[in-house]
Design a protein around this ligand. Sequence first.
Ligand code: CS2
Length: 450
Amino acid sequence: MRHLPDAVERFSYDRTRQAIGIVHFGIGAFHRAHQAWYTDRCLEAGERDWLIGGVSLRSAEVAERLNPQDGLYTLTERSGDEAATRVIGALRKVWFSGPERQAVIARIASPECHIVSLTVTEKGYAMDGEGGLDLEQAEASFYPLLVQALGWRKAAGLPGLTLLSCDNLARNGAVLQGLVGEYILARAPPLQGWFEDSCRCPASMVDRIVPATTEEDLAQLEGRLGMTDRAAVFTERFSQWVIEDDFAGPRPGWERHGAQLAGNVAPYETAKLRMLNGAHSLLAYCGLARGHVFVHEAIADPVLRVLVDRLMLEEAATSFVPAEGQDLAAYAAQLVARFEDPELNHRLIQIAMDGSQKIPQRWLETLAAHQREGRACPAILTALAAWIRHVRGDADPVNDPLGDELRALWAKEGCAGIVPALFGPGGLFAQHWKADVEALDRLTKYVGER
Ligand code: CS2
């Protein structure tokens, strides 16, 4: 760190005598640019013992990049033509859960740990089609490690934990609580009462656009730093975090550094999922189909801009009751400005990933809310048709846990049958939104158009 240019900000706290107070599952770029950045600011302001121990569930790669750097990495905020880089010290260590399972469990079960947080993406929650837990999938995710550690805590007479979901799921806190509860019921029933009484699962709305780091980004950064950072993250200046004020024990003072504590996160979360993420997914599928690569290109396409405005203002913003003082028109304008930032180079294909896990909370809940009022949502239907065509897999690559199933469904049903197979009675997604005859017809027509 001593050799870094002066323009690079660095932390000034001593990491050697501090405990790991947070264990985080899913140590990807989003966490490093968001929660770890807020936590770094708390530590910089003098708070202690909130270092983060990261767990990587799926591959050794992040651990291999971060551990040789002692968990240190740079975060670069890009906006306009300016870039500001800071070294983040909040991350102490990364474990790859495969071979280091016991170390992870022991750390969560340690008296210093108070919070287990998660950014495991939508599919990491191992939900079945009905919103319950798919036990088989759950075994490959965070559940066994977490629940074993909770058992050790209970046996040792230690306090419960705060389990903090930072994923883009509707009602993420309650969902996490329900799913962990189901896992406990199936695998460790004696833990049930203790979990309910002593652990808390606050909801949280997280927001920061973090494009996947490219080799080109790393090479450019190396030019500026004069050294290599294999774990660097690049993001926008904007950041938002609204957290339900419901913790089991101590927590960092994140709200002193830009986060908001709220009694009810739901209106912020719904606005974010349905407006930001809803518009993102529209730009992804419609944008790819129209030959765009980046978000800033897609939002500059007048046809897509009209659709995005419509989706955000007429469909999403009117589908729920905002919090007092929550200005959804101003929010939509700010979102467009963020999408337009050309420095971010946010790839549409990154957003297009895992659509089957994202569309329920981004689009289908909005469709269902309007359907109850007898209104249609043409922009979302257009986007949905683009997604349906995308998962056929004959244009751009499809990266989705249901990819094979969706391709097989396309092969079986063809253009005429795919829409009812997805959204008709008994369809794959009917539990989230059951289309009426008019919507089915309209969607089928859109899917068939080119
Ligand atoms: C994006 C999100 O990849 C995606 O699906 O919509 O990652 C989005 O950039 C973040 O939620 C912004 O906070």
